[in-house]
Design a protein around this ligand. Structure first.
Ligand code: 6GU
Length: 251
């Protein structure tokens, strides 16, 4: 069982996302536990102040260190192998690889930063800093949900067999091949014949080719890190030839 602890100024933000679908079932099955902690509960002053004006002046407020560090220390389970994460646009960019690493911890504690900033000294009290991409959110709350969901679905038993992850993109290192369901023809757009052929080997090869083509066209950067099998190399070369022939015809 992996425990996620989320330290936030906006606990209600998490109410419905954690009560739906796969994350709800994962909690009911006891595979994950998610607890949301209100940062204001860890203040010691009468007015429960969590932020203050920045020294040196400037716009916006800065998250104070005392409540955050108090929350981290009260939440951390010393008996389990625990990882604390500050969510901030300055962090290392989240990835499927990072999610796989995080499944090795028994407890993951998130501190949701605010976009105006957190007191710099908070950074020395967390194990790492993570961002979920190159854009600015109002705070780390959405990022915490993204990471909880990504890590949870890697835990054995969270997905049913029909939702299996073995063939999906970023597991194979390729973008996914196109999928179709009924009807066979929709507004003059037909399902590719090969998928109706019942020939499993041909279908496998078609899907691999489409996945390689999609990746080559949209995310060629993924090939920089992916190891290709001999079959994949052959198909990819064939795709490049085909595409360059199409180019030649146009010009
Ligand atoms: Cl973790 N926080 C904020 N405020 N913005 C972000 C982010 C995190 N990741 C991407 N943008």
């Amino acid at each position: 069982m992996i425990s996620f602890e989320i330290i936030t100024l906006f606990p209600k933000f998490f109410l419905s996302p954690l009560k739906e679908s796969i994350l709800r079932k994962a909690q009911e099955k006891g595979l994950i536990r998610v607890r949301v902690h209100n940062l204001r509960d860890y203040t010691k002053d009468k007015h429960h102040v969590t932020d203050d004006y920045p020294y040196g002046g400037g716009a916006g407020m800065v998250l104070k260190p005392e409540p955050v560090v108090e929350a981290l220390e009260e939440t951390r389970d010393c008996r389990s192998n625990s990882q604390s994460i500050l969510l901030t646009p300055r962090g290392k960019c989240f990835s499927q690889n990072m999610a796989e690493q995080l499944t090795n911890y028994q407890q993951i504690i998130f501190v949701c930063g605010r976009y105006e900033g957190v007191d710099e000294r908070i950074r020395t009290f967390v194990d790492r800093e993570i961002s979920i991409g190159d854009y600015i959110l109002n705070g780390g709350e959405s990022a915490a949900l993204v990471i909880v969901e990504t890590v949870s679905r890697l835990i054995h038993g969270v997905l049913g067999s029909h939702e299996s992850i073995s063939g999906e993109s970023f597991t194979t290192g390729l973008l996914e091949y196109p999928q179709y369901t009924r009807p066979k023809s929709f507004r003059d757009y037909a399902v590719p014949d090969v998928l109706l052929s019942g020939n499993h080997e041909e279908i496998r090869r078609w899907r691999l080719r489409e996945a390689l083509k999609m990746t080559f066209l949209r995310r060629p950067d993924l090939f920089e890190t992916k190891m290709l099998s001999d079959e994949e190399k052959k198909i990819l070369n064939n795709i490049k030839q085909e595409l360059s022939m199409l180019q030649d015809k146009k010009s």
